[in-house]
Design a protein around this ligand. Structure first.
Ligand code: NAD
Length: 492
C-alpha cells in the first residue's frame, strides 16, 4: 500500500507543501482507512496567504461585478461536471450516505447560483436633489481579505455558504477547512482554480487552532465567518471582534420537534426520523428531541420505535445504506457515554445503538439509531448537543408548555411543529425563540436566497450566512453626497 498523500495548501494560485511539523490522519469513518495526511499549518503560512490575498484585492475589487461572476458560472459548471466524484469524496471522509452527500452538494451549488446575481444584489440606492442641487447615493464596496473556518459535517456545502458571495462582491478569501474533512475543500479550490480565477483571490490553508488564531489576529483580515461548535464559535467571535473585525459565528444546536395529536403520525414519524438519524444525527438542523403533547405520545412513540429499529446502517457508498458512521472513534465513545448519562438521569433506552458493528466494516465508528423515552426536563440530556443518532422523547400537557420547554434551551437554531392546525402553527412560529422554524418539516434548511438563521447560543453576530445577509456581511456601505455647480443649477 502506498503512503497516504500529504495535502497541500493553496496560496497565491499554487499548491504548496506546508512547513508544518504536525500532521493529522484523515480517516474514512466507515472503514478506518487513512485517506491522507493534513498539515497543521503554522501562523506564517496563514500570513503568506493573507498577504497574497491583500495584494490580489487591489486588482480584483476593480474587476466589474459582471465579469467577476463569470468565474462563478464556470465554477458551477465544473461542480456539476465533477458532482459525483465530489459527493463520493464527502462520503469517504465524512461518512454520510452518498444520497446525503449529493444533497448537501446541491445546496452548496445553489449558493453559487445566487451569488451569480451579485451585480443586482450588491446595488446601492440614490436620491437626486436631496437638497437643492445636491444628490446622495450609497454604494457597496468589498472589505478586503476575508476568512472562513468550517466544521466537519457539511464539507461540500458550508464553504459555499460564504465563498461565492465573498468573491463575487470583490473580496479575497482564505478558507481554513475542518482538519477532519479537508479533501472536499481541496476539490472546491481545485475547480475554482480551473476557472482561471486570478491568483490570490482564493487561498486555502489547512490547520487547527493555530491557523484559526492567526486568522482572527491578522491585521489584514477584515471579516471572519465561522461554523462549528458553540464553544469555538464564541471564542472565535470574541477573538475576531476583539481585533476589530466583522464576525459571523454559527454554533451548535439542540433542536426540538413538537408533536400535536392532530398531526399525520405516519408522515411525522418518517420526517422526524430522517431528521434525527439522517447524517447519523450530525446535522446542526437535526431534531434531537421531540415534545409530544397530550395524546400524541403513544402513536408517535410507536412510529419512532419502528423507524429507529429498522434504519439500515452501513457504508455510505453503498446505495442502500440509510445511515453512515459518526465522524471519529472519540465521537462514538462520547455519544455512547452520553446515552449512559441519559439512562442514569432516568430516561428509558427504548432502542440502544451502543456496541454495534456493521459486518465487514469492523473498524468503523458505528453508533446505531437510539431512542430514549422520558428524557427529564432538568437533566443534562435535554440540554446537551449529543451530535449523534440519539433521539429523546419528552412529554408536555399543552402547546404552551411545549413552547416553554423549547424557549428554556440555551440554543436557538431550529424548532419544528407537526400539526394540522393553522392556529397552532401560527402561535408556534410567532413564539418559538429560534432562528429557523419548520412546520411539518424536520430539517428547515433555508434556501440559498434566505439567511441561514440561528439565535441565542447557536449564533454570534448579526448577519447570517447566505443570500442578502452574505452580501451585506461582505460589503461596507459608502454614502456620497455631492453638488456639481452647473449652468443648470445656477439658473435657480
Ligand atoms: P468544531 O467547533 O470542533 O470545529 C469547527 C472548526 O473550528 C474547525 O475548522 C476546527 O479546526 C476549528 N477549531 C476546533 N477547535 C478549535 C479551537 N479550540 N480553537 C480554534 N479553532 C478550533 O466543530 P465540528 O465538530 O467540526 O462541527 C460540529 C459542530 O458544528 C456542531 O456543534 C454543529 O452543531 C455545528 N454546526 C453548526 C452549524 C450552524 O449553522 N449553526 C452548521 C454546521 C455545524
Amino acid at each position: 500500500m502506498s503512503d497516504p498523500a500529504v495535502l497541500h495548501n493553496f496560496i497565491g494560485g499554487s499548491w504548496q507543501q506546508s512547513a508544518a511539523t504536525e500532521f493529522l490522519d484523515v480517516t474514512n469513518p466507515a472503514t478506518g482507512e487513512v485517506l491522507s495526511e493534513v498539515p497543521l499549518s503554522p501562523a506564517g503560512e496563514v500570513d503568506r496567504a493573507v498577504q497574497k490575498g491583500a495584494k490580489a484585492f487591489q486588482a480584483w475589487r476593480r474587476v466589474p461585478a459582471t465579469e467577476r461572476v463569470q468565474f462563478l458560472f464556470r465554477f458551477k459548471n465544473l461542480l456539476e461536471e465533477h458532482f459525483e466524484a465530489i459527493a463520493q469524496t464527502i462520503t469517504r471522509e465524512c461518512g454520510k450516505t452518498i444520497g446525503e452527500s449529493r444533497g448537501e452538494l446541491w445546496r452548496g451549488i445553489e449558493n453559487v447560483e445566487v451569488a451569480c446575481g451579485i451585480p443586482s444584489l450588491m446595488q446601492g440606492y440614490n436620491n437626486e436633489d436631496i437638497a437643492s442641487g445636491i444628490d446622495e447615493h450609497m454604494v457597496r464596496q468589498p472589505l478586503g481579505v476575508v476568512a472562513c473556518i468550517t466544521p466537519f459535517n457539511f464539507p461540500g456545502m458550508i464553504p459555499l455558504w460564504f465563498l461565492p458571495y465573498a468573491i463575487a462582491t470583490g473580496n479575497c478569501f482564505v478558507l481554513k477547512p475542518s482538519e477532519k474533512v479537508p479533501s472536499t475543500s481541496a476539490w472546491l479550490v481545485r475547480l475554482l482554480s480551473e476557472t482561471g480565477l486570478p491568483d490570490g483571490v482564493v487561498q486555502m490553508v489547512h490547520g487547527g487552532r493555530a491557523a484559526v488564531d492567526a486568522l482572527c489576529d491578522h491585521h489584514d483580515v477584515r471579516a471572519v465567518s465561522f461554523v462549528g461548535s458553540t464553544a469555538v464559535a464564541r471564542y472565535v467571535y470574541a477573538r475576531a471582534t476583539g481585533n476589530g473585525k466583522r464576525a459571523q459565528c454559527q454554533g451548535g444546536a439542540k433542536n426540538a420537534a413538537i408533536i400535536l395529536d392532530d398531526a399525520d403520525m405516519e408522515m411525522t414519524g418518517r420526517i422526524v426520523a430522517d431528521s434525527a438519524y439522517g447524517c447519523a444525527g450530525q446535522r446542526c438542523l437535526a431534531n434531537s428531541l421531540a415534545v409530544t403533547v397530550g395524546n400524541a405520545r403513544g402513536p408517535f412513540t410507536e412510529v419512532m420505535l419502528e423507524a429507529a429499529g429498522t434504519r439500515r446502517v452501513g457504508y455510505g457508498l453503498n446505495e442502500d445504506s440509510q445511515m453512515g458512521p459518526v465522524i471519529t472513534h472519540e465521537s462514538r465513545l462520547r455519544i455512547e457515554r452520553l446515552i449512559g448519562v441519559a439512562k442514569d438521569e432516568g430516561a428509558r433506552v427504548l432502542v440502544d445503538g451502543r456496541d454495534r458493528v456493521v459486518h465487514g466494516f469492523e473498524r468503523g465508528n458505528w453508533v446505531f439509531p437510539t431512542l430514549l423515552d422520558g428524557v427529564p426536563r432538568d437533566g443534562s440530556t435535554a440540554a446537551t448537543e449529543i451530535f449523534g443518532p440519539v433521539f429523546g422523547l419528552m412529554h408536555a400537557d399543552s402547546l404552551d408548555d411545549a413552547i416553554t420547554l423549547i424557549n428554556r434551551q440555551r440554543y436557538g437554531n431550529m424548532a419544528c411543529l407537526f400539526t394540522s392546525s393553522g392556529a397552532a402553527a401560527r402561535q408556534f412560529r410567532s413564539e418559538a425563540e429560534v432562528g429557523n422554524i419548520g412546520i411539518n418539516l424536520g430539517v428547515a434548511a433555508p434556501m440559498a436566497f434566505y439567511p441561514f438563521s440561528g439565535w441565542k447560543d447557536s449564533f454570534f453576530g448579526t448577519l447570517h450566512a447566505q443570500g442578502r445577509h452574505g452580501v451585506e456581511f461582505y460589503t461596507q456601505t459608502k454614502v456620497v453626497v455631492e453638488r456639481w455647480p452647473s449652468a443648470w443649477t445656477r439658473r435657480f
